[in-house]
Design a protein around this ligand. Sequence first.
Ligand SMILES: [Zn+2]
Length: 330
Amino acid sequence: MDANFDWEIDVPENGLAAALRLVNGSLPSNQRSEADGDSLASLTQKSLSRKLDEALQTDLLDAADVASRARLRAAGAPHAGAWLAALPSDGLDQRLSHAEFVACLKLVLGLPLISQDSWCPRCDQILDSRCTHAMACMSSGDANRLHNELRDAVYIKCLEAGLAAEREQPNLLPEDRRRRPGDIFVPHWPGGQGVAMDFAITSPLQLAQIHDAAASELAAATAYEQVKFSDRETARKCREHGVRLLPMVAESLGGWGTEAQKAFKVLGRSLCSATGVSHGLVVAQLYQSLSVKLMRAAARSSLARAADAATSSFCAAAARAQVEIDTAEQ
Ligand SMILES: [Zn+2]
């Protein structure tokens, strides 16, 4: 902004004064801008947009029920919306079909994907109309497939970065050779120490987490990180063998726990050195790729269960109709 620009802020018909009144009217009192030239000259469009976005998010959270608040916080977590900026490329495995894209939007917005609650045809639990259950349903291998997709995507990025990564490395804990505490083992992580990355996906909308997830961002991922650290004293045992355990926990609506975010930042620096591409871009592309995999898996899981539920419902209705016809003919 030109520092010599005359704001004429005190003139009632001034357009800038009217715009400022409009913006301030949408903001809480402690976020409003003063109507003097010095204060206004330091404002940027970005800072004003952020204030308006934060005020809108606060209003939405205040008006939402617990489930909607948890969903809003999960969808608003850092990098959770990266799938919307991903290049829709087959070569990068980042393409979503039309049905998948619409399902993703409905999952994020909490809109119904099926007309009424039903039974999950894969595990016989309640399949709610917004497919909250479908995003967390562990049946039919969907969760394992997504886990392996995320693991492999990060593994390939480690190789691109010149890190000698191994998948499912055995014998990391010599006292318990059957256990594999990490899905990816990197013997020389930047900084010198070996790390074992352990991937997991958790739903912020599951009953055990929904209240914490409604109260604070990434609560479900943070809770699962602690489970990973403490489970069978894995973190301590790894440390005794010179390996740092890195819980790589994703939430089903796309956010990643703070441990994973730190790891991606470090991996980004190695990728930047190896490829010459800027750190910001390689990290953004990594999040976009992972975010598409997370959201596509949630969409496919929901669409498949919705289709199976509809088929079951149709078959049940057809069977009832046949019984009625048979009874009438007797
Ligand atoms: Zn199920």
